[in-house]
Design a protein around this ligand. Structure first.
Ligand SMILES: C[S@@+](CC[C@H](N)C(=O)[O-])C[C@H]1O[C@@H](n2cnc3c(N)ncnc32)[C@H](O)[C@@H]1O
Length: 215
């Protein structure tokens, strides 16, 4: 069982900032086949072809952001690293895909965008390789915010590396279980590999075929 508390004197922001300043692609998401394939799987698992208003916290250097932007009318991409946000913005601008993406500096879970006071809810929330950096209390808040800001019929997709590593606070199983047991969410899909877990939850339990009206 992994520890469930944030590190004393929380240095998590500084850790990521330094990482991106030293290396624009610390996890080799742009060159590894592992990453390319995982992104393709995640994108294939999203139950809708198009999304109106999506949120991707922890967007990193924007590789997944670019693919999501191609499926969304509007995408809010956020990270607590200013350097990561610059890299992501550059990536989307270079690909000519920046027009429908807003970038904001958010520290999760406290900076979760407010969608309750008249603002439009998200029909897609993608949490990829970020939630195991949170403490147990922060994870609980992440789940609460995700459920509360999900539009009717919307989906939450999670994808996380399984093996333990030094900076991880919570295990991947613990993170995905928190969404599995969240009131009001139904699991639409669970993909399990030696390396990672991928899951999709929605507040609408109908399958893709049921929603399209032929099942
Ligand atoms: C491993 S990278 C994943 C990037 C991208 N989502 C992907 O799947 O390739 C984790 C990212 O989450 C960001 N991050 C970690 N903890 C965060 C937090 N509490 N709030 C906001 N961003 C955070 C880091 O700065 C980093 O860019």
């Amino acid at each position: 069982m992994t520890s469930t508390t944030a590190p004393a004197g929380d240095q998590r922001g500084a850790y990521f900032e330094q990482l991106y300043q030293q290396d624009a692609d610390p996890w080799r998401v742009r060159e590894r086949w592992y990453e390319e394939r995982k992104r393709a799987l995640l994108l294939a698992c999203l139950p809708q072809r198009r999304y109106r208003n999506a949120y991707e916290p922890g967007c990193g250097n924007g590789e997944l952001t670019l693919e999501l932007a191609r499926r969304c009318e509007r995408l809010l991409a956020a990270d607590f690293s200013a350097e990561a946000l610059l890299l992501a913005q550059q990536r989307l601008a270079d690909a000519g895909q920046a027009g429908n993406v807003a970038f904001e500096r958010h520290k999760l879970p406290q900076d979760w965008p407010r969608t309750t006071k008249g603002a439009e809810k998200f029909d897609l929330i993608v949490v990829s390789e970020i939630a195991y950096y949170l403490s147990a209390d922060e994870l609980a808040l992440l789940v609460e915010h995700s459920v509360a800001s999900l539009a009717p019929g919307g989906s939450i997709a999670l994808c996380h590396w399984r093996a333990p590593f030094a900076q991880r606070i919570l295990s991947t199983v613990r993170v995905h279980d928190a969404f599995q047991h969240a009131p009001g969410l139904h699991c639409l899909l669970r993909h399990e590999e030696t390396d990672f877990l991928l899951g999709v939850w929605s507040n609408d339990e109908r399958s893709v075929a049921q929603k399209e009206g032929f099942a």
